[in-house]
Write a protein that binds this ligand. Structure first.
Ligand code: NAD
Ligand code: DAU
Length: 337
């Protein structure tokens, strides 16, 4: 099978391509990526010469290039990871998020319709449900109440997918996963930012009081879930994916765990002005994907330890990223806050 994977040079997409190429010798994978600041060819250096791997540089909002790629490679299925993904950047500059996460998804759906693609899997997020009350776990049918420009653009993408299902009977699926962590994550997200700052002996900027709850899942567990939904999910359905940490872990607790692993104390914490519109808690009900046979394999303690070791052993990878545009972004986001 020939599968188009969009956004495959990013964090989750690159981990997923590596997972698929090793597991399915019968698949050809075509990675279609715009190479934004978050798209890094080094994430897939180890497989770039694999004959079953191809790369096309392009924007999912460019319908002519999407159509050409589908025809050139005889694409049969599409998995859409491509997105602008960072909430803080969406607060600074929402327009790019609409272009990629909403309009880009629409362009892909039009191509699915035109070329009768056999399956389209949209990689979405738990953030589309918005803030979740303590004790409640979002179900797939819950109303979408996104809070940030990022989550609103992802919800816009999801609504396009569901509308194309209902109107044109397209073979679509959606996954909505919680916060991922692991190797190759761009050091703007909390864990790679904090781990690399601590290694560099820099303070870690906790927003507000750090009492927000996120449900941390290792990227390998997310990749297994996407693989399962792609192969066994029921067409037209949405599947939540989460670790269901019990007890739940606040940002401050996660920060202290990370400091502890790196042998540093709480004096490294700097409490900074809170994120605008900051969602307090996300939590999803995963019973539907568990019925398909999925369960998480990596607990947070062991996943965090192996992730920290990865950043300790791959300083060249992240030091290059923490330069140029990144430093300007860091200054705007933190020093000028
Ligand atoms: P990322 O920011 O690391 O990577 C995004 C990739 O998409 C980059 O390679 C970038 O170059 C590419 N891209 C961006 N705009 C594009 C465009 N217009 N056309 C083609 N390529 C484009 O993101 P990630 O963290 O790996 O997230 C991947 C997907 O998973 C996203 O759809 C995101 O919403 C979703 N998701 C992420 C998380 C998380 O915790 N990181 C959790 C749940 C869902
Ligand atoms: O829930 C899934 C989502 O998780 C994905 O859809 C997004 O693409 C991904 O970016 C992530 O969104 P978050 O906003 O939850 O991730 P981030 O790492 O930016 O922040 C996690 C929490 O940590 C959040 O409550 C804000 C806080 N934070 C973040 C940064 C970058 C800080 O306290 N300090 C920081 O410097």
């Amino acid at each position: 099978m020939k599968v188009l994977i969009t956004g495959g040079l990013g964090f989750i997409g690159s981990n997923f391509i590596r997972h698929m190429i090793n597991k399915y010798p019968e698949y050809d994978l075509i990675n279609f990526d715009k190479m934004t600041y978050a798209g890094n060819p080094e994430n897939l250096k180890d497989i770039e010469d694999n004959k079953r791997y191809n790369f096309v540089k392009g924007d999912i909002a460019d319908s002519a290039l999407i159509e050409k790629t589908i025809q050139d490679f005889k694409i049969e299925a599409i998995i859409n990871f491509a997105a602008e993904t960072h909430v803080d950047r969406s607060i600074e500059n929402p327009g790019e998020f609409i272009n990629t996460d909403v309009y880009g998804t629409h362009v892909l759906l039009e191509a699915v319709k035109k070329f009768k693609i056999s399956k389209f899997l949209q990689i979405s997020t738990d953030e589309v449900y918005g803030d979740i009350e303590p004790g409640h776990f979002s179900k797939e049918g819950d109303t979408l109440r996104p809070s940030s420009p990022y989550s609103a653009s992802k919800a816009g993408g999801d609504l396009q997918v569901m509308a194309f299902r209902r109107t044109y009977d397209l073979p679509v699926l959606i996954t909505r996963c919680t916060n991922n962590y692991g190797p190759y994550q761009y050091p703007e997200k909390i864990l790679p930012l904090f781990i690399t700052n601590i290694i560099e002996d820099k303070k870690v900027p906790v927003y507000g009081q750090g009492d927000q709850i996120r449900d941390w899942i290792h990227v390998d567990d997310h990749c297994q879930a996407v693989d399962l939904v792609f192969h066994k999910g029921q067409i037209g359905e949405v599947y939540n994916v989460g670790a269901n940490q019990d007890p739940e872990v606040s940002n401050l607790e996660l920060t202290k765990m990370t400091l502890d692993h790196l042998g540093k104390g709480e004096e490294m914490i700097e409490y900074v002005k809170d994120r605008l519109g900051h969602d307090v808690r996300y939590a999803v009900d995963c019973s539907k994907i568990k019925e398909l046979g999925w369960k998480k394999e990596i607990n947070l303690e062991e996943g965090l330890e192996s992730t920290i070791k990865w950043y300790q052993s791959n300083k060249d990878w992240w030091k290059k990223l923490k330069s140029g545009e990144y430093l300007a972004y860091y200054k705007r986001q933190y020093s000028d806050r």
